[in-house]
Structures are given as structure tokens and as C-alpha cells.
Design a protein around this ligand. Structure first.
Ligand code: BGC
Length: 745
């Protein structure tokens, strides 16, 4: 195992051994499992505190009671609501990721946390996965380059990042038990690279094992994933934390590289790594050595975080809800918005010419911070688009809001705590307390819950249809009588959520019908969305302007208004393919998604743009797409062989329009005559350049040997074959502006 020499000197390792030598078995065991829902056990006698964790990727979650799934009822746990990982990645700006990491880390410390359960870096395999909004992209390179600076920013605050969920956490259906069959090459080329970068480059102090199984074994008990890949190949010496309830078997979990068992159950002493492990050790079935290895990793992280040791007094105190933090969330939100379509310069709107603005659609006024599952937070505030527009216009313009469509109130059906509900059947537990059940009982309850949810959705459809009649009529009338009309629809966390997947890729609540009807009366309708995953847009050819925003944090509304009125020139780009219809996706074709029991990722590397490319299916909006209010040209591509097998590229990007703007220039590699089957092209680098009107910039990108490589299963290694590779430089994966050929010797 590799030891990080900078933070983790030999001296620390000696101190760890010394502490370990003083500990009883009971004390060691107390450290390796939860003693509260979000805290591990402490060893007070030796001054070792428990490790305090919290979700999550969009900000620090509210405080819970230690053994009941109820809010602690505190009034000081409102925090900055940060852009979701999908919004952050849409900036294609690693610097923004670093800035966001610093805010998340400072807020976590400010709230007294040691580990923040973020970021979510799983690859988006199907647009229907319920947790896609928490993840970054369908592409491993993009995910890695956003995750690494984010982690660094977090950890500068003496808080550990906990990248999750390792590995291939691609669906929510049957999430605790589903077994995913994945071939090695696909794991190494698609599902592993961002995790590898997170631990090797980001130096993430911790990582969370996923709920699902990979090739027959639960991820938290998976020797291939945790021992061979994570520890041996990548040299990870940090802490592996289980997802909450992700451990099922004592011996398996004890004997692999999992360090800390966390769960949703209140009987902490019955956790697998508590009394059951103690019994097994006493009987001689499991060696105490395995406990020592876990404690070492936990203590090492504690030293790194200055929780113990000589540097304790120098630990950063953190801070939350500062104006500076809000400024960062605003800047990321501004950069994350994606202009999908803009004909006739429909956008930006000229505020001085609008006396009456009509805003239609529930996402104009909806609060999203309080939903989604474990990513939910108690936001200090959240500016919705309607509020943002009103603040921007400042009262001199009449702004009329109509709902447009009906959204059923979910609080009626989800009246328990979300986390408890999603994992067990509350009927056999004390209020808010969960008693452990065997896997099959738990799974049956999970399945019953899912069936009920689907039946409810069916029932709701009629209710929606009935209520929409009057709402549609009102919206259409309002649209006729306005200088400009903005539709703000999309999804919400009743749909984009942990715990279940989407049933289709359509806009809910009959929004398509409403948009069609509105486009009949307003050709200049500005169609905008907030959502966490792609939707079908059957009317897209008729609409002139389409703007997409992921859940972009507390300043969403202000950023939205600035983009609509042109104070901000949009520069976000899609980090995932937006298909025309779900049927075009590989998971629709092979049916290996959203089913119970097991799935086979038989498409291998071919998901997202890799699949659309190979099948020559035109998506609605491709990976990497995003427009600007200005135009950029690309010119002068030159390639040069560098030392070793590196290739240096230079090209020039110029802003030809009249506004300041930023462009994400993307570099793809397309092997010519590859020896093995390879995707038509793959993203290998990108760079975001901000340019004043008329200005240009020479961009330099160095491609490394590893950028040309694929994973050879027989050699169990990456190799870059000699030969020719086409280098494609584009404004998106389809809008290729420059081409060259690199020859690898
Ligand atoms: C989620 C994790 C989360 C954990 C703790 C689990 O249900 O999958 O992402 O960090 O709960 O809340």
C-alpha cells in the first residue's frame, strides 16, 4: 500500500501503531461502525472522537436525531444550497468546481462535520436513472476533471470528501440488491476512471461503496473492487465507508477493504461490524488483524483531518452562509445554464421593451432544495426563476405568473421520513426507528413500496388531466396578452430522486400538450426548463428558444434572469446526450435497465454519445452542445509530437460576435483502423476560453499516451497501439470544426 508522504509521514504511521496498540478489541470495533446515523463510535479514553458525516453534494444536510429518522429540529442548520453536480459539470469549468469544493468544505466544517458525503461521480448510463441529477456526466473524462478540483477544494478545509458510489451505481430500481454484470474493459474504461482520478489526483480521503452488486458481490463486500482495484492497483490508503445499509454479510465485509459500516438501522450494536464481528473473532472465525487494518485507515484519515494529533489546534473552523459563498453559487449557476436553441435571436430579451411579461409553468415558482433524497437540504433561501425575473425587472414591468399545469402534492403520499421510507417498511418499527430485517423481507417491502408508487402515479394522471383543463385555458389566454412569454417547466424531485427511477423520458403533467398549445399562439415563446435529466421535446422544431438549467442552487432565479436578459452570455454545455426519444437509448434497446434482480451492461462502452455515434442515431441535442449569444470560429490546428508519445495540439478560437462570451473547445480522439473495437470518438480534453468581441486566443492542449489507450483484458492493462488517430476539435461532439491526424509511434 502506498503512503502519501506529504500529509502522512512515517511519524504519523508510528503514532497510529502506538494508538492501535493501546486499544481493546471493543474500542477498535466501536470505531468501525455507526454509533448514530451519521457518526461512528469514539474512544474517549484515548481522545479519539467519533467521525461525524453528513450529506451531501448540494450542501450540508440538516441535522438528524442520532437514532431516529426525524429532523433534530435545529434552527441553525440552514445552509448555502449549492448547484447540483449535474449543473456544476455543465459549466465545463474545473476552476468553478474547485470554488464550489471550497464552499462545500467550509460549510461542512462550519457545521462541525468531518466527512462530507460528496461528490456523486457515477457515470450516467440511462437518462432514466433517478439519481442522475446528483451525477456529473455520461463521460468519464469530463467527470474526472470536474471531480478532482472539487475534492481538492473540499479537503483544503480539513474535511474529507467521500466520493460516491463506487462503483457503477447506475439505477435506483432494486438498488439494494441489483446485481450488475459488467465486463472488465467497460469497468476500466467507463466506470472506473473518475474514481481513480478522485483517489489518485484528487487524493480523496474517503470513498463510499455503492448499494448495488457488481459481478455477483455487493460493492461494500467486493474484493475485486475494494481490495484489488482500489487498494492494490490505485494505492488508496484512505477510508472506505459503506453506503447506508450497504453491508449485508459480516465475514465478507470484515475481510475486504471496507473500513466503516454505516446504516439506516437504529440497533447500532447489531451492525455487521459490531457484535456479530466480535462473536466471529472470539470464535476464531475471523482474525482481529482485519479490524486493525480498518482502524489504521480511520486513524490515518483523522490525522489528515487534524481531528487528532499535534496539529489538532490548527484545524480550520469553517464557516457557512457567507455572502462570498452565495457569490460562488451565483457564478456557477450563471455558467451552468445551457442554451439549447435560439433562432431569430429570440434570446436575450430586451428588458426595456417589455411592459408586460407572462411567466407560465410551475418550475417558475418551485423550490427544489428540499427534495431528491439524501441530497435534500434546508436552504438558507432559494431564488426561483419567477423571483429572479421580478428582482431583475425591479417593478417597472408587469410580471404575471400563471401555473399552466397541475402538480400533485406529494406530501400526502410521502409523509414519513424519506430515507427511512426508501429502505424499509415502517409498519414494523418504532416511530422513526428501524429494526434490521433480513434482505428478502427488506427487499419485499421495497418492492411493495415501488408498486404502490407506480399505482399512485397512474391514478394521478387522471387528476392531472382534469385539473389541467382550466389551467391550460388560463395560460393560453395569458400568453396572448403579453410582450413576452416565458415558459418555465421541466422536472422536480418527485421525479428526479434517489430511491426510484423515472418510468419514461417524457415531460410530466402534460407539459408537452401545453407547450404545443402555447406555441400555437406565441411563436416567440421562450421555453425554459429546470430538471435533472433529459426530457423528450417533441415540439422542439417549432420552438425558437430553449434554455435548460439543472438544479442550480440557491441563486438559480437570479442567474436565470441574467441569462434571459443577456447580462450573462450562456456558456454551459450538455454533459449528457439529450435523445429525441427514450427508445433511441441503448438501455431501451437492450432492456437492461430498471429491472429487478440483475442487469447485464451488455452495451459495454456504448452508452451516451458513444452509442449514438456508433448507431448513427441523431439525438435531439448532442453531448457537448450549448449555444452562446455570440459566435466563435476555430482555426489553425497544428499537431506536434512531443517527448515520449505525447502530442501537442494548438489551435485558435475567435469571438466573431458583438458580445463577450466563453466557449468550451472540445478535443475528441477517433482511432483510424483500430486493432480492437473502439468507440468512434471519445472526449480526451477540453478548455473553456473567455473572449471579448473580436478577440482570439491560441489554445494549447497536450494529449498523453494514456489518452490514446484502451484497456486490454488479457494484459490487464491499458495500451496505446501505434497508428493513426484522428483528432477532432469541436464546439460539441457533433459540431466538429477542426480535424488533424496524430501518428503514434
Ligand atoms: C445514499 C447515500 C447517502 C447516504 C446517507 C444513502 O441512501 O445512497 O448517497 O450519502 O444514504 O444519507
Amino acid at each position: 500500500m502506498k503512503v502519501d508522504t506529504k500529509n502522512n509521514t512515517k511519524k504519523t504511521e508510528k503514532e497510529i501503531e502506538k494508538l492501535l496498540g493501546k486499544m481493546t478489541l471493543d474500542e477498535k470495533l466501536s470505531m468501525i461502525h455507526g454509533a448514530a446515523f451519521f457518526k461512528s463510535g469514539s474512544v474517549e479514553r484515548l481522545g479519539i472522537p467519533g467521525i461525524v458525516t453528513s450529506d451531501g453534494p448540494m450542501g450540508v444536510r440538516e441535522e438528524f436525531m442520532s437514532d431516529r429518522w426525524f429532523s433534530a429540529g435545529n434552527n441553525d442548520d440552514n445552509v448555502s444550497y449549492l448547484p447540483s453536480n449535474s449543473a456544476l459539470a455543465s459549466t465545463w469549468n474545473p476552476y468553478m468546481a474547485y470554488e464550489m469544493g471550497k464552499v462545500l468544505g467550509a460549510e461542512a466544517r462550519g457545521r462541525g462535520k468531518d466527512v462530507i458525503l460528496a461528490p456523486g461521480i457515477n457515470i450516467k448510463r440511462s437518462p432514466l436513472c433517478g439519481r442522475n441529477f446528483e451525477y456529473m456526466s455520461e463521460d468519464p473524462k469530463l467527470t474526472a476533471t470536474i471531480a478532482v478540483p472539487l475534492i481538492k477544494g473540499v479537503q483544503e478545509n480539513d474535511v474529507a470528501a467521500c466520493v460516491k458510489h463506487f462503483a457503477a451505481n447506475v439505477q435506483e430500481t432494486d438498488r439494494l440488491m441489483v446485481d450488475e454484470e459488467i465486463d472488465e474493459r467497460t469497468l476500466y474504461e467507463l466506470y472506473f476512471p473518475a474514481f481513480k482520478a478522485a483517489v489518485q489526483e484528487g487524493k480523496s480521503y474517503s470513498i463510499m461503496g455503492a448499494y448495488n452488486k457488481v459481478n455477483g458481490y455487493h460493492c461494500c463486500e467486493n474484493k475485486m473492487l475494494l481490495d484489488r482495484v482500489l487498494r492494490d492497483e490505485w494505492g488508496f490508503d484512505g477510508v472506505v465507508i459503506s453506503d447506508w445499509g450497504g453491508v449485508h454479510k459480516t465475514k465478507e465485509a470484515a475481510e475486504c477493504s471496507l473500513d466503516l459500516e454505516m446504516s439506516v438501522f437504529s440497533d447500532f450494536e447489531n451492525y455487521n461490524l459490531a457484535n456479530p464481528l466480535k462473536e466471529a473473532i472470539k470464535k476464531g472465525e475471523i482474525s482481529e488483524e482485519v479490524v486493525d487494518a480498518k482502524v489504521r485507515n480511520l486513524l490515518r484519515m483523522m490525522y489528515r483531518l487534524k481531528m487528532i494529533g499535534k496539529e489538532k489546534s490548527a484545524r480550520k473552523p469553517g464557516t457557512y452562509n457567507t455572502p462570498a459563498h452565495r457569490e460562488v453559487t451565483l457564478r456557477i449557476a450563471e455558467e451552468s445554464m445551457i442554451l439549447l436553441k435560439n433562432e431569430n435571436q429570440c434570446l436575450p430579451l430586451n428588458a426595456s421593451k417589455i411592459k408586460k411579461l407572462v411567466v407560465i409553468g410551475q418550475n417558475a415558482a418551485k423550490i427544489h432544495s428540499n427534495g431528491g433524497g439524501s441530497g435534500e437540504i434546508k436552504a438558507l433561501y432559494e431564488i426561483c426563476p419567477l423571483m429572479g425575473l421580478k428582482c431583475y425587472l425591479g417593478g417597472n414591468t408587469q410580471v404575471r405568473y400563471v401555473k399552466g399545469y397541475y402538480v400533485p402534492d406529494k406530501l400526502k403520499t410521502f409523509d414519513h421520513n424519506w430515507q427511512a421510507d426508501s429502505l424499509d417498511d415502517l409498519s414494523n418499527s418504532d416511530v422513526g426507528m428501524l429494526t434490521r430485517e433480513d434482505d428478502s423481507t427488506q427487499n419485499a417491502a421495497h418492492r411493495r413500496g415501488e408498486e404502490e408508487r407506480l399505482a399512485n402515479l397512474e391514478k394521478e394522471k387522471e387528476e392531472i388531466h382534469e385539473k389541467n383543463k382550466a389551467l391550460f385555458a388560463e395560460a393560453i389566454e395569458a400568453a396572448k396578452d403579453a410582450d413576452a412569454v416565458i415558459f418555465v417547466g421541466g422536472l422536480n424531485h418527485d421525479i428526479d430522486s434517489e430511491g426510484f427511477d423515472r418510468t419514461d423520458m417524457k415531460l410530466p403533467y402534460e407539459q408537452d400538450m401545453l407547450i404545443e398549445a402555447l406555441l400555437e399562439v406565441r411563436k416567440d415563446l421562450i421555453v425554459t426548463f429546470i430538471g435533472g435529466s433529459p426530457v423528450e421535446m417533441p415540439w422542439k422544431d417549432k420552438a425558437q428558444a430553449i434554455l435548460w438549467s439543472y438544479y442550480a442552487g440557491m441563486e438559480t432565479g437570479n442567474a436565470f434572469a441574467k441569462v434571459i436578459f443577456g447580462d450573462i452570455n450562456p456558456s454551459g454545455k450538455l454533459t449528457e446526450t439529450f435523445p429525441n426519444q427514450y427508445e433511441d437509448c441503448v438501455t431501451a434497446k437492450n432492456g437492461q435497465f430498471g429491472v429487478w434482480g440483475s442487469i447485464k451492461l451488455e452495451e459495454g462502452l456504448y452508452c451516451g454519445y458513444r452509442y449514438f455515434d456508433r448507431q448513427r442515431i441523431a439525438p435531439a441535442f448532442c453531448f457537448g452542445h450549448g449555444l452562446s449569444y455570440t459566435q466563435f470560429t476555430y482555426s489553425g490546428l497544428a499537431l506536434k509530437a512531443e517527448k515520449g508519445r505525447d502530442v501537442k495540439l494548438t489551435f485558435t478560437v475567435k469571438n466573431m460576435g458583438k458580445r463577450m462570451g466563453a466557449e468550451v473547445a472540445q478535443v475528441y480522439i477517433a482511432p483510424i483502423m483500430p486493432k480492437v473495437d473502439r468507440p468512434n470518438k471519445e472526449l480526451k480534453a477540453y478548455t473553456k476560453v473567455e473572449l471579448a468581441p473580436g478577440r482570439s486566443k491560441k489554445v494549447t492542449v497536450t494529449l498523453k499516451e494514456e489518452d490514446f489507450a484502451y484497456f486490454d483484458e488479457s494484459l490487464h492493462n491499458f495500451i496505446a497501439d501505434a497508428g493513426d488517430y484522428e483528432i477532432l476539435i469541436g464546439a460539441s461532439s457533433e459540431d466538429i470544426r477542426l480535424k488533424g491526424i496524430a501518428t503514434l509511434s
